[in-house]
Design a protein around this ligand. Structure first.
Ligand code: FES
Length: 235
């Protein structure tokens, strides 16, 4: 993990310091974190339907197992409602209450997994894979394109227009189509500098280009097309 990414590191301890009831200490109340945190969170109608489905999957007394899906629901709802997909602390408290588990357990999960954003992010979350296969296939160019086209200074930055937040991630499990840029939940594959710039410009125009390979690669087939079982007829 790079030094830049280290700036994004979070801890359940820092969340817990904000107070068991969701209130902040005087120190936090004067800080930036307090200004970003909403006072209330409630699942909306769409989320409530999903909550009921997830919770019903687990036997009585094991509802805490639904913590990860519920954190996802919060993040998606925040994205719908505010344009910034993140998980406020007060929502973690709502989840804890709903699942009958200590709030600290929810904080621990939310801060352990990097896919949960515990502070506001831009409208689009640009996640650059910088692990070895992507690095060897040009992730530095993808990063440079994100900075140039997105108006971003580096990892951890959010653009001045609020459109983009840039994060470095480790292997996304799609190395065969490296380099990969994950935008929110979608993988964009086989990128280079120009293709990444085109993608970001499209996002700025409000378009959402189809995800997957940027060179038309069929799933994970060789870049030049399939070279085995080529004589097999479909059907
Ligand atoms: S190294 Fe980037 S997807 Fe595996």
């Amino acid at each position: 993990m790079s030094g830049e990414k280290g700036q994004n590191q979070r801890s359940s301890e820092s969340l817990a310091q904000q107070g068991p009831g969701g209130g902040f200490s005087q120190t936090h109340a004067q800080g930036k974190a307090h200004a970003e945190q909403p006072a209330h969170f409630a699942f909306d109608e769409d989320s409530e339907r999903e909550v009921a489905k997830f919770v019903a999957r687990y036997p009585a007394g094991k509802q805490a197992s639904a913590v990860i899906p519920l954190l996802y629901l919060v993040q998606k709802q925040m994205g719908r409602q505010t344009g910034s997909a993140w998980v406020p602390k007060v929502a973690m408290d709502v989840i804890a209450q709903r699942l009958g588990m200590p709030a600290i357990r929810v904080y621990e999960v939310a801060t352990f997994y990097l896919m949960f954003n515990t502070k506001p992010i831009g409208r689009f979350h640009l996640q650059v894979c910088g692990t070895t296969p992507c690095m060897l296939r040009g992730s530095d160019d993808v990063l440079r394109a994100c900075k140039d086209a997105g108006g971003l200074k580096g990892y951890g930055d959010t653009s001045a227009d609020g459109n983009f937040t840039l994060t470095e991630v480790e292997c996304l499990g799609a190395c065969v189509n490296a380099p990969i840029l994950q935008v929110d939940d979608d993988y964009y594959e086989d990128l280079d500098y120009d293709r990444t710039v085109q993608l970001i410009e499209a996002l700025k125009r409000g378009e959402r280009p189809p995800h997957g390979s940027a060179i038309g690669r069929q799933t994970s087939a060789p870049a030049g097309g399939p070279n085995t079982l080529t004589g097999v007829e479909e059907g």
